[in-house]
Design a binder for this molecule. Sequence first.
Ligand code: SF4
Ligand code: SF4
Length: 63
Amino acid sequence: MKVAIDQARCNACGLCREVCPESAIHPKYLEIRHLYEVDLGRCTGCGDCLEYCPAPGALVESA
Ligand code: SF4
Ligand code: SF4
C-alpha cells in the first residue's frame, strides 16, 4: 500500500509531512499554494500520515 494526496482536497497544512518517518512527503515548491506530494520511492505504506490528515479525503490509500 502507498498513499496519495488528492490535491483538490489537501489544505497544505503539512501535518502529514511532519509525522512521516520516511520523509516521504514534501512540498511541491513550484506549486503556488505549496501543496504536498508523496515520494512513492520512499513511502513504505505505514499509514501513520493517514491518522493526522484533517482534510477528509485528501490523503488516501493507493495501489
Ligand atoms: S504511509 Fe507512512 S511512509 Fe508513506 S507517506 Fe504516509 S507516513 Fe510516510
Ligand atoms: S495532512 Fe492532509 S491536508 Fe495536510 S498537507 Fe497532508 S494531505 Fe494535505
